[in-house]
Write a protein that binds this ligand. Sequence first.
Ligand code: UD1
Ligand code: MG
Length: 455
Amino acid sequence: MNIVILAAGQGKRMRSALPKVLHPIAGKPMLAHAIASAEAIPGQHQSIVVIGHGGDAVKDYLEKNNIQAKTVFQAEQKGTGHAVLQASDLLDESQNTLILYGDVPLIRTSTLETLANLAGQGALGLLTQKMSNPTGYGRIVRNLDGNVAAIVEEKDASAEIKLINEINTGLMAVPTKHLKRWLLALKSNNAQGEYYLTDIIEMAVSEGVPIYTANPQAEWETIGVNSRAQLASLERTWQLELASQLLESGVSLADPARIDIRGQLSCASDVVIDVGCVFEGEVTLGAGVSVGPYCVIRNAVIEAGAVIHAYTHIDQAKVGSRSVIGPYARLRPGTELAAEVHIGNFVEVKNSQIASQSKANHLAYIGDATIGSKVNVGAGTITCNYDGVNKHRTIIEDEAFIGSDTQLVAPVTVGKGATLGAGTTLTKDAPAGQLTVTRAKQVSLNWQRPTKKPK
Ligand code: UD1
Ligand code: MG
């Protein structure tokens, strides 16, 4: 199939340096949503994006994100028909052409598939919708048999036509041979002086090409965005939809209106998510995982039974089953925690593996470390991993005990079962099984505090 996505419009009402179609819904540009939805229809497709305002930025985005779409430039926005005409030479005549808008991001693949199938046997497929308030949209005019006869734009509509509540969503699937011919025949003798794509409907009717209509399953699928307010409102609509999908799949949400998913969140059974959490990229939550309020979790795997307490940030990390993280913990990229690990408040972990049942419960930095199992990392412990130029690793073997306020100056190894006394600055390896401590000896002296001299 040929897929043409119209994205040349300025989006003046966004008041933004960013082209409108690059504004995100759920963390992904609207244009990318539309393309992905169409590309997911089974079969081979070529996507062509009609760019104009901010076209270079759009092109750049497509290239950088490896989205296989060609672009054609529409220098002047002379209407939707003129926009599709710019792509005409690239359209494969043996395939139908599906036309979408880059600022209508939430259209579902299933709806597009229905639309594409309507155009299957040389007919024109049109996506329409009944609306309680159709103001501003093109109206679907039907003849006495109920067949589509024309689309009339609001600005060209008589009072009688304005009463029609079936509207043109703008999305259609058209046999390409006809389309190319019809585009060349469009005229701009209308209220807006534009080449209306919608005028091909009357051409189809006069040539006896059948026109079939379909409706989207959900009303929000065809909502377009023209302003930041509409963008914000559509974002909420979409997030509520994602939340209700989660609820339906067996996830408990403290408040379906207070969760944000910007990517793919996969949950096993009986996951509980409190308010204000943001999930980005690909996140997997195992069975029975509990996520406390206001956590930010990005590209992470949290295994079954783990508990993530409030205000925890997790980025590119793996949390083992039944581990307990937070509140106020930060797991940075490369963190891999095995089962039943405890990471407490104000503990930061980066590029480190921690084996099962180890604990770092308070105020610590663990960077570039390999920590065995049943290790206790005391409060205030810091792995000094950076010498100002290079990063070095710290190795702490099973069952070691790291006293509070210890600095481990990497590269350094703490042997199995070793104990480090509180306040140790470890610069050489600590042998297994022994107590290592670097500390000035404690002394107690008889001593008189000075007193204030009389004036
Ligand atoms: C269009 C339809 C109208 C429909 C409505 C649905 C026409 C003539 N009218 O009207 O029947 O009810 O959408 O939202 O088709 N664009 C370009 N180049 C242009 C003009 C537009 O790329 O020269 C793009 C815009 O960026 C936008 C889309 O096409 O993504 C629709 O354009 P817009 O101006 O919003 O069309 P409407 O007047 O709303
Ligand atoms: Mg519009």
